[in-house]
Design a protein around this ligand. Sequence first.
Ligand SMILES: C[S@@+](CC[C@H](N)C(=O)[O-])C[C@H]1O[C@@H](n2cnc3c(N)ncnc32)[C@H](O)[C@@H]1O
Length: 215
Amino acid sequence: MEQWHREGAELLLAQLSSGPVTPAAFQAALLSVPATERDAWLDLAFGLEEVLGDGPRLPANCTPYLPCPVGTVLRALQHAQLGSGDVFVDIGSGVGRAALLAQLWTGATAVGIEIQPELAAASLALARRLNVARFSVLVGDAPELIERVSDATSFFLYCPFSGARLQRTVEALGSAARSRPIHVCCVQLPALEHPWLRPLPLPEGELAVYRSITR
Ligand SMILES: C[S@@+](CC[C@H](N)C(=O)[O-])C[C@H]1O[C@@H](n2cnc3c(N)ncnc32)[C@H](O)[C@@H]1O
C-alpha cells in the first residue's frame, strides 16, 4: 500500500478514536483508496491487522471467521439501499468488520449476531475504539436470535452456515418479513427460493440480494 494511503488510514483511525465521523467523511476516505487496496486499508483504519482465531464454541458445520471483502459489503449496502434509518444485522458477525463498515458508511444502526463469544467481545471492543455507539451484538446461535432484532430491515449473511441451520434462519427471516419489508443480502450462499423473497436483478456472482414481498 502506498505510504499516503497508509497515512490516510491512520488519520481516519485517529479521527474515529476521538469522536464520531460522518458517513460522508468516511465514504470520502475509503473511496480515495484504489478498490484493490480497500481491504488492507480498512484493516489498518480499524486497527485489525491481527486476525483472531476461532474458539471451541464454533459448532461443526458452521463457517470459521473470515471477513467479507469490502467491495462485496458495499455492493450489498447499495442494492439493499441501506440508509441511516435502517437496522442492519450481520448474521455471523465475527469481529464486527462488516457491521461496523455498514454503520460508518450509511449511519444505520448495526447489530451483530455471533456464536463465538470471543469474537463478539472483540466486535464490541472495536465499536468502542471507533466511537460507534449504534452497534450491539447478540451472542449465540443465529436462528434462535433473529426475532430478538424486531426492528431489523436488512440482513447480511456471508456464508455463516448451511443446511438445516440456514433453513431455520430463512424461516426466522420469513417471520420477520410478515411484520415489515426486509432485504436479505447473501454472499456465497445457494439461491434462496421462497415465495416471499424476490431476488433483485444483479450481475451473476457471489452476491445475491432479495427483497421481501408483503403477504
Ligand atoms: C465467514 S465469517 C463472516 C464474518 C463477518 N460477517 C464479516 O464479513 O466480517 C462467518 C461468521 O459466522 C459465525 N457463525 C458461524 N455459525 C454461526 C451461528 N450458528 N450463529 C451465529 N454466528 C455463527 C462464525 O463464528 C464467523 O464469525
